[in-house]
Write a protein of this length. Structure first.
Ligand code: FES
Ligand code: FES
Length: 157
């Protein structure tokens, strides 16, 4: 079956069974491999993308229900050929990226948080990240990066 999607502002057409997870469509059909398949059970956050105005676990979302709202992936966070997004910059600067498996999902969740709350405290950041598992960093540097990115974004306003 053919489905029309809006991904990072581009119209895309894919021909797959309707129950195919959005994550598989992004990675296998559209070659957008930023979102990662960690658990494939909705528990690790590595596959997080944005659908409309909310983040979703794309490993659990059938493509058939992702056609009505715009999809944003980590590939669309920074402007093409532009600098990294402040969240990406801060994660690198603060040492919040080690193996990187969790990073695309972290970026999507943190961008979502900072859009809703431009001045979060550490507790709010930790709460927002409750569905994003990182096995490497111990989270402290990721929280630090989120607070640093929030400050940079406020300053840029
Ligand atoms: S791969 Fe989707 S939540 Fe783990
Ligand atoms: S940096 Fe390795 S899982 Fe987070």
């Amino acid at each position: 079956m053919s489905y029309e999607l809006s991904v990072n502002g581009r119209r895309e057409s894919v021909d797959v069974p309707g129950m195919t997870p959005l994550l598989d469509v992004l990675r296998d059909e559209l070659s957008l491999r930023g979102a990662k398949k960690g658990c494939a059970e909705g528990r690790c956050g590595a596959c997080t993308v944005r659908l409309g105005d909310r983040t979703v676990a794309s490993c659990l979302l059938p493509v058939a229900v992702a056609t009505d709202e715009p999809i944003s992936t980590v590939e669309g966070v920074a402007a093409p050929d532009g600098p990294l997004h402040p969240v990406q910059e801060a994660l690198l600067e603060c040492g919040g990226v080690q193996c990187g498996a969790c990073t695309p999902g972290m970026v999507m969740t943190l961008c979502d948080l900072l859009e809703a709350d431009p001045d979060p405290d550490a507790q709010s950041v930790r709460q927002a990240l409750v569905g994003n598992i990182c096995r490497c960093t111990g989270y402290h540097k990721i929280v630090e990066a989120a607070l640093s990115a929030a400050a940079a974004l406020r300053e840029a306003r």
